[in-house]
Write a protein that binds this ligand. Structure first.
Ligand SMILES: NC(=O)c1ccc[n+]([C@@H]2O[C@H](COP(=O)([O-])OP(=O)(O)OC[C@H]3O[C@@H](n4cnc5c(N)ncnc54)[C@H](OP(=O)(O)O)[C@@H]3O)[C@@H](O)[C@H]2O)c1
Length: 367
């Protein structure tokens, strides 16, 4: 064998071994740790805990130490929280690639849930925006609990007329809709926008926020949700059980896709010449499944006029305040599908994983 073939096969062998080792490391799931005791005399609270990766059965409702706020945090008594697909992706550590951030083998952060609304009980010494008694909402680890500590830049005040349940519905889902339409979609008044997945948590907000930005909105949902999506302000509704939006003649300036059930070329076929395709969600899968669309879009982007790509939302206090303003002005309302108690969080997650939520799923901590 010639030397260059030997070098090439040696390199390929090392690459194959490295990929195998990485795949093994990422997919390895450790056994659940036993419940840890609480220090004697510690003040405790009820919280849902995720000590290992796995199905909803790994979630436990435990008495754990009540947090105390750091200098830049507030301690919030939680009145309502909301479920997002983000929760069960974190619970399962899937797709595996996310474990590079959430923890290899087992979760680094065992407190579960992200979206919350509640009352400030105490504020750290550097906190300037909030004081005891304020009604606040936001996103932070550990929302499915009686209390959580959150940095002040991840929370905002709840307007007087907005309930805790409504406010808890906003953080991840409405921020995703806002950032997708404003920052990636760069929507301008009069543009045409298609929202694929218009009946879910993100979609119900996306329809309304796109309308508030002056767009002409088409929502795609199933038959049972057509009236609901229309009532949120959509100018046109496509029932995906009867019609395929990629086969119609109409072109859109922006498509925001929560579902990922059509190929990039099918979506490009219904984008206007300089249209933008914003990928928010995709198919399920532990490995490349959900990432295939974004990876293909990244590869194709330099060679095409359309802008396509994945958007990852981030919790931002100013965006939360903007959403609160939209609610106060009556331009944003919340569709609540089901309510569960703290002890029913595993059932709430099971329901969310089915992928047919109509708006938001709430965890209610009100007595
Ligand atoms: N990139 C990010 O930062 C980010 C942030 C938030 C969420 N996400 C992702 O975005 C996706 C949606 O999140 P979500 O909170 O809106 O989920 P959700 O609340 O569970 O909503 C799912 C919705 O999709 C609808 N749906 C299912 N199949 C459909 C189809 N073929 N065409 C149109 N609609 C369909 C369902 O209604 P029917 O069953 O009636 O059709 C349901 O209302 C998830 O994959 C999530 O992981 C990403």
């Amino acid at each position: 064998m010639k030397l260059r073939y030997k070098i090439a096969s040696g390199f390929l062998l090392i690459l194959a071994l490295a990929i195998t080792a990485l795949a093994f490391t990422l997919s390895y799931t450790a056994e659940c740790e036993p419940v840890a005791g609480v220090a004697e005399g510690a003040v405790t609270m009820k919280a849902v805990v995720n000590r290992c990766y796995g199905p909803p059965e790994v979630l436990t409702l435990e008495d754990i130490e009540k947090p105390s706020p750091a200098d830049d945090e507030v301690l919030v008594k939680v009145h309502a929280a909301a479920v997002n697909p983000y929760d069960w992706h974190g619970m399962r550590g899937s797709p595996y690639i996310m474990r590079l951030g959430t923890g290899l083998g087992s979760p680094k952060q065992i407190r579960f849930g992200a979206d919350f609304a509640g009352t400030v009980e105490a504020a750290g010494k550097d906190v300037t925006k909030f004081k005891s008694g304020d009604r606040v909402f936001g996103g932070a680890a550990g929302a499915f609990a009686e209390y959580l500590a959150v940095r002040e830049n991840r929370a905002a005040l709840i307007p007087d007329d907005v309930s805790f349940e409504e406010a808890a519905s906003l953080p991840i889902a409405a921020i995703t809709a806002l950032q997708a339409l404003r920052d990636k979609g760069k929507i301008e008044p009069g543009q045409t926008v298609l929202i694929n997945g218009a009946s879910g948590g993100v979609g119900t907000f996306a329809v309304q926020i796109a309308k508030s930005m002056g767009a002409e909105v088409t929502g795609v949902c199933s038959t049972r949700n057509v009236e609901m999506v229309r009532s949120l302000g959509a100018d046109h509704v496509i029932d995906y059980k009867k019609e395929d939006y990629t086969q119609g003649g109409e072109k859109f300036d922006v498509i925001v896709d929560m579902v990922g059930n059509h190929s990039l070329s099918e979506n490009r076929g219904v984008l206007s010449p300089e249209g933008r395709f914003v990928i928010i969600g995709g198919s399920k899968g532990d490995w490349l499944g959900p990432l295939m669309g974004p990876i293909k879009a990244m590869i194709m982007n330099p060679f095409i006029d359309h802008e396509m790509g994945l958007m990852i939302a981030h919790i931002d206090g100013d965006d939360l305040a903007e959403l609160a303003n939209l609610m106060e002005r009556g331009e944003l309302s919340v569709v609540i599908d089901r309510r569960y108690s703290l002890s029913e969080v595993p059932d709430a997650i099971r329901y969310s994983e089915e992928g047919h939520a109509q708006g938001k799923i709430i965890i209610s901590l009100e007595p």
